[in-house]
Write a protein that binds this ligand. Sequence first.
Ligand SMILES: [Zn+2]
Length: 326
Amino acid sequence: MSEIRHDSHTDRTTIFAAHRQDRPQVFGSAAAKSCPFCRGNEHETPPAVAVYQQDGHPDTGEWQVRVVPNKFPALTPRDPGQPAIPNGSEPIPSYGVHEVFIESPDHIRSLTQLATAKAQLVLRAYQDRLQTLSSIGELQYAQIFKNVGVNAGASIEHSHSQLLAVEEVPATLQHAFQASQQYHSQTGQLLHQAWIEDARKRQSVVSETDHMIAFCPRVPRFAWETWIMPQTHAPSFSEATQAVLEDAAILLQDIIRRLESLHPQVAYNYLLLTAPFDTSQHDHYHWRMECFPRLDKAAGFEWATGWFLNTMPPETAAKQLRRVNL
Ligand SMILES: [Zn+2]
């Protein structure tokens, strides 16, 4: 059982999950032999909550994406009917859901090693889990993210992503959701449209399709940070159409391939930011994915101030990313 503590004075929240120190580090040449995510080792993970086979090959009997509960969960589900914890009680258990998306039965490292149809299957799995978990009353928000490489926080080499669903919306995200609403009430415009127009003016669009656009934002935290979002307004990834998912998979792989071309074997993260499960208060938010290589480490100044030191202007990053010959 994990414990959550808030400090309203510092506005910090920490989840204590001591059992996670037992996680194995599965990297290097021996990784493929002992990897719990490879085909044949399915018994080494908790039983799957969802399994996907590739469309068009339903009879092969082989999975392409497995979704499993995290073996070392940061959060655990509340028992059915379990009451909310009274105010002031300590310790406060940290309830929620922690799942892992295993993106291939083969021991691959990066999402770019998948055929696009299989990358799209990964995004469909994200969408299905968001839809399923949104129907569980206590859960309010789910964060999906991917860590590739030790420098990006991964403990297992095999390509995977994770979902953490929580019972309250984290303050940083709450602020972002409110900013979209405020921008609309003050200007009558949608914030993401202003971002896209700004990116076009700064010549910071890297790549785009009919439904999706990828650009380097005006204020990136990291060098080569790139945002990928729908061209038309959409608060929640849960409601993305098949055509949008297809373009999202194409652009996500496109951007990671460009990053990997500039920095072979680079460690990277991507995050899927989408409206909370109750979208009624967040109809001006616009979902997006943020993708960034982990070349520079956030250091003392960043931890102290929340300001970031970045060696790469986004306009230069966009130009370099566009120049990559895929
Ligand atoms: Zn593996």
